[in-house]
Write a protein that binds this ligand. Structure first.
Ligand code: MOS
Length: 734
């Protein structure tokens, strides 16, 4: 189905099942421990798997000079050892998968140099300790600030730089000027389920049971890496215990499990132990961001510049932290620039809302600072600079943009009017209390997504697509879509996901999963409805699907009857035409936070948070709310605690486990509330939905940072806002 004109009324608009706060259909499987995750597929694996443990490089950059495997090979239970020498040359996928096994060159710390396979996990782990590697160490670059002067324009399809009007002149002539720099640190996805894979070969066909967000990308990449045809690889990823971008790609667990299974002629399972994940896999890169804003005394922005520096391994990609600044606020004179330095730290890559999440951490503090300079309320300053068109390309309107409504509703519900504009003016005993807010922004991306839908003789509707559910609720919203389209209750729908033998979906990434994957199911259901009508001798355009029946021309027939003579199967994809290019499609929101800060110790406690989101039709308010709450929680982590500490001499992340890498726990998370504006965006898809899973993190950290400033009068521009950055500067400091 080609979607190239705005959606008109369709069966989804009935909202009998769609739009309802339905419990997850996979909830009981998860709460009873019967949902199968990557490491647990024993029943399906042909033969008892052996266990592989990865040996990670002990240096950041250099070369393996020699490896002594004798002791490891002789250790109890060892079946084989894979190294670059024995594995043969790896192919290169769409992403740099050849990097999943080092040797002789080492590109980053904990890059895999070997896989030790043994009968049991304990034997493999013990033997892995016996592998001796001699390295030749090269000098590496591990410090973004030091590498900044050498940063260059990234070779990327995205424009690195954009310009409109004349920033220098506009800024120079602005009556009120603001110029500050901010830093955001390297961050880890820290998802609950570690990267894990079971691999099994049958002849030259490979099956991997793994934890992956993008089944089709990764099937293709695994095939290329192992020099196979894509149809020789089957990838299964039915349940994923969180990804946040860390499982978008084929990582070392998949590649090494496949190589290990080939070497020992037996299925092999590999999980990355938690301390291996932080340096072996990807992370969100640190940024340095400079923001300049020029405005009139009326509070209208005339000039805005946002420049961002980040680093990555050679041939890597920048963190596009300027992305939102191109679209969020009005103003005629504009400049954005992205620079990329070469660093020899582990690979930087996408983490929940790549670009906007760190970009808004800086931009939304800058907006708070500028509002104060102008003597304006932070909400009012943002309202004054709203735009309904792309400010860099004014002929391009937003399909929908209710940023102002989000901020105004949020201010009203949060009690924003009680905020004292003068910082450090509210005290409760030893606590300083403050409120902050920030805008949220994240783009809505459209991408092809296919599905197959079956109707069987029992009247069951079965959906098959390679879409993944990374804890987001995909199973449920896909079931809701099929139920709505076929006019059956949710219990009559079965959803099968996460298998490369199913039609290729959009996958889970960039908050595009919900809207695109359900639109693919919508398209397949339109075809199935036609097939049903044809079987029943009804006019498809007239047929009404409701209450388990199909009716047309005065006849009403149970849906199951259409499949009495044999199962009906329909397959289709949603594909997007030019419509998307005529409009800018984005999602919007507003975050509000109240914090208290201990005036003696600098300890920050978040007291309450509110997010108001405008993200098209909300397919399931319950799962959408969970997404936003989870994202707000990550925002608190980004504001207050998360950072990968770098050993700048040896070039690795020191705090590479969940004892050292701090994330919020329940006690850190106070009352959180989420409101969704009533929206349906006919430009976005037949579902009229948009993404929401990443919107919730965008701006959340800045709202907390701004609340800390309001509470204390101390402005911290370097995340995370830990107490050492506050303590000497608090009003009570001697
Ligand atoms: Mo997302 S960071 O594209 O999983």
């Amino acid at each position: 189905m080609k979607f190239d004109t705005p959606a008109t009324t369709n069966p989804i608009d009935r909202m009998k099942v769609i739009g309802q706060p339905t419990d997850r259909i996979d909830g009981p499987l998860k709460t009873t421990g019967t949902a199968r995750y990557a490491y647990e597929y024993h029943e399906e694996v042909p033969g008892a798997p052996a266990y592989g443990v990865i040996v990670g490089a002990g240096i950041a950059k250099g070369r393996v000079v020699s490896m002594d495997l004798k002791a490891a090979q002789a250790a109890p239970g060892v079946l084989g050892i894979v190294t670059a020498e024995t594995a043969g040359k790896l192919g290169k996928g769409k992403f740099n998968t050849a990097r999943m096994l080092a040797g002789p060159g080492v590109e980053h710390y904990h890059q895999a140099v070997a896989l030790v396979v043994a009968q049991t996990f304990e034997q493999a782990r013990a033997a892995a300790e016996l592998v001796r590697v001699d390295y030749e160490v090269s000098r590496g670059a591990f410090d973004l600030e030091a590498a900044r002067p050498s940063a260059s324009v990234p070779q990327d399809e995205q424009p690195a730089d954009t310009r409109a009007g004349d920033f220098s002149t506009g800024f120079a002539s602005a009556p009120v000027q603001f110029d500050a720099s901010y830093t955001t640190p390297d961050q880890a996805h820290a998802m609950m389920e570690p990267h894990a894979t079971i691999a099994a070969w049958e002849g030259d066909k490979l099956t991997v049971w793994t934890a992956n967000q993008m089944v089709d990308w990764s099937t293709g990449d695994l095939a290329k890496t192992l020099n196979l045809q894509k149809n020789q690889v089957r990838l299964i990823s039915r349940y994923v215990g969180g990804g946040f971008g860390g499982k978008l790609f084929v990582r070392a667990d998949v590649v090494m499990a496949a190589l290990g299974a080939r070497a020992v002629r037996r299925p092999v399972k590999v999980a990355l132990a938690r301390p291996m994940i932080f340096n072996n896999t990807t992370h969100r890169p640190a940024t340095v961001q400079r923001i300049r804003i020029g405005a009139g005394r009326d509070g209208r922005i005339v000039a805005m510049a946002h420049e961002s520096w980040s680093g990555d391994l050679p041939g890597g990609k920048p963190e596009m932290a300027v992305a939102q600044t191109r679209l969020l606020y009005a103003g005629p004179h504009r400049l954005t620039a992205t620079r990329l330095a070469v660093l020899d730290l582990p690979e930087g890559n996408a983490m929940r809302a790549p670009g906007e999440a760190p970009g808004l951490m800086a931009l939304e503090i800058a907006m708070d600072e500028m509002a104060e300079k102008l003597g304006l309320d932070p909400v009012e300053f943002r309202v004054r600079n709203d735009t309904q068109v792309d400010p860099e390309k004014p002929q391009r309107p937003f399909s929908q943009r209710q940023l102002v409504q989000c901020m105004q509703l949020g201010a009203e519900r949060f009690g924003w009017s009680k905020r004292q504009a003068r910082p450090a003016s509210v005290r409760e005993g030893r606590w300083l209390v403050g409120m902050g807010m920030a805008a949220a922004f994240r783009n809505n991306l459209l991408t092809k997504s296919a599905a197959r839908v079956r109707l069987d003789a029992r009247g069951m509707v079965i959906v098959e697509t390679d879409m993944t559910d990374i804890g987001t609720g995909s199973y449920t919203i896909i079931a809701q879509t099929a139920a709505e389209m076929m006019g059956v209750p949710l219990e009559r729908v079965q959803v099968r996901l996460g298998d490369s033998s199913f039609p290729v979906s959009a996958g889970s990434g960039g908050q595009w999963g919900a809207n695109n994957s359900t639109s693919g199911v919508y398209a397949a259901c339109v075809k199935l409805r036609e097939a049903v009508a044809q079987r029943l001798g009804m006019n498809a355009a007239e047929a009404n699907f409701a209450d388990g029946k199909v009716s047309a021309g005065g006849r009403a027939v149970p849906l199951a009857e259409a499949a009495a003579a044999g199962e009906l199967v329909a397959e289709d994809a949603i594909e997007y035409g030019e419509l998307d290019k005529k409009y800018q499609q984005s999602t919007f929101g507003a975050h509000f936070a109240e914090v208290r800060v201990d005036s003696y110790t600098g300890e920050v406690r978040v007291r309450r948070m509110l997010a108001v989101c405008a993200a098209g039709r909300i397919l399931n308010p319950k799962s959408a709310r969970s997404q936003v709450i989870g994202a707000m929680t990550m925002g608190v982590g980004a504001a207050l605690m998360e950072h990968l500490a770098i050993d700048k001499r040896r070039g690795f992340f020191v705090n590479h486990d969940l004892a050292g890498y701090e994330v919020p726990v329940h006690a850190d998370i106070p009352h959180q509330d989420v409101l969704f504006l009533d929206e349906a965006d006919p430009i976005s898809s037949p579902m009229k939905a948009k993404g929401v899973g990443e919107l919730g993190i965008c701006g959340a950290a800045a709202a907390v940072a701004n609340a800390i400033y309001n509470a204390t009068g101390v402005r911290v521009r370097d995340y995370p806002v830990t107490l050492d950055k506050l303590i000497g500067r608090l009003p009570d400091a001697a």
